[in-house]
Design a protein around this ligand. Structure first.
Ligand SMILES: Cc1cc2nc3c(=O)[nH]c(=O)nc-3n(C[C@H](O)[C@H](O)[C@H](O)COP(=O)(O)O)c2cc1C
Length: 328
């Protein structure tokens, strides 16, 4: 069923609706959210990963709150963790608009935002003012589009984020920065992860991969992650593939596809990652998760945690509570 203000948001272009959502969450975070958060604490849902206590296994995926503007409001929706970013060392505007598309008939999103963000320093200044948090904070880092040395960009992001983050995600899987995903293959991935490992100062490090890697690519990423002491793998980012089932006229837009049409691929890549790692590397599943049933399916398939983004657009902010209630 549609949530109350869905039609109002859908009447706006997607980026304006996104900004309005962040503004509302920011306002709510400063008033009611800290009280709401307490109501979803349930001991049976707690998860411990990499030394971090997650109040529940349902996290917000990166990209919704790139600049860490609405963390208390988002935790107040019930998320066990909020991942901000992707943040780059220097601010950058991202790709020309339009760059965000709702595929309503498909319950999907295509984005080619291109890491638009205020830069990591501005976001960390916001994070530094947060009081004791009701949940876990992840900081997702990436490289500037025009960077001459991407490895140094990531290492700088990790070094700066480490004092502020419960965990840091190394995002090498966005399709919207040309050449970025080449960092997913060895030996480039080993060099990158070794530099991030050296910069982390004990903060847990997660690696986020694309669902478009083939089985050998997933295996290679897992070996590199384990060789470089990565604590968990996030499977996955958006896909550049386009299932034949898509009905929306936006289906041919360039960018990463997320939401319902990503569900099967994300599930299949989780299974591949589970097989390749033999359980030795904790897995976090993202892609098309929109219900308690789907969350349970991912946990049963070997994920320790899940992350959600696109389903919030279609099912609204009450989704997190609904999922948690359905898991008890
Ligand atoms: C508009 C939009 C922006 C995104 N930006 C980022 C980002 O900056 N960094 C990142 O790691 N993932 C980003 N993602 C990917 C999500 O974090 C997630 O991995 C993906 O959308 C699959 O989950 P979903 O089907 O629940 O949306 C973005 C997704 C969307 C829809």
């Amino acid at each position: 069923m549609a949530y109350p203000f869905r039609s109002a948001l859908f009447a706006l272009d997607p980026e304006t609706a996104h900004r309005a959502t962040i503004a509302a969450l920011r306002a709510w975070g400063s008033i009611g959210a800290p009280f709401a958060a307490k109501s979803v604490l349930d001991e049976s849902l707690r998860v411990r990963l990499a030394g971090i206590d997650f109040p529940n296994p349902v996290g917000l995926a990166a990209g919704l709150d790139k600049n860490a503007e609405a963390v208390p409001g988002l935790l107040g929706l019930g998320f066990g963790a909020v991942e901000v970013g992707t943040l780059t060392p220097r601010p950058q505007p991202g790709n020309p608009k339009p760059r965000l598309f709702r595929l309503v008939e498909d319950e999907a999103v295509i984005n080619r935002m291109g890491f638009n963000n205020d830069g990591i320093d501005a976001a960390l200044a916001r994070v530094g003012t947060l009081k004791r948090r009701a949940g876990v904070l992840g900081i997702n880092v990436g490289a500037n589009k025009d960077s001459a040395d991407r490895v140094t960009d990531y290492a700088e992001g990790v070094r700066k984020a480490a004092p502020h983050a419960d965990y840091i995600t190394i995002n090498v899987s966005s399709p919207n920065t040309p050449g970025l995903r080449d960092l997913q293959s060895r030996p480039a991935l080993d060099e990158l992860l070794a530099a991030c490992d050296a910069a982390r100062d004990k903060t847990p490090l997660f690696l986020k991969i694309a669902p478009d890697l083939d089985r050998a690519g997933v295996e290679g990423a897992i070996r590199a992650a384990m060789d470089n002491r990565i604590d968990a793998l996030i499977v996955s980012n958006t896909t550049i593939s386009r299932p034949g089932s898509l009905r929306s006229s936006f289906a041919t837009e360039t960018g990463g596809l997320s939401g319902a049409p990503l569900r099967e691929l994300a599930r299949a890549k989780l299974v591949e990652a589970r097989e390749a790692s033999g359980g030795a590397l904790p897995l976090i599943s993202a892609g098309g998760i929109d219900s308690a049933d789907e969350t349970k399916r991912r946990l049963d398939a070997g994920a320790v945690l899940v992350q959600i983004y696109s389903a919030l657009v279609y099912k609204g902010p009450g989704l997190v509570h609904d999922i948690l209630a359905g898991m008890r």
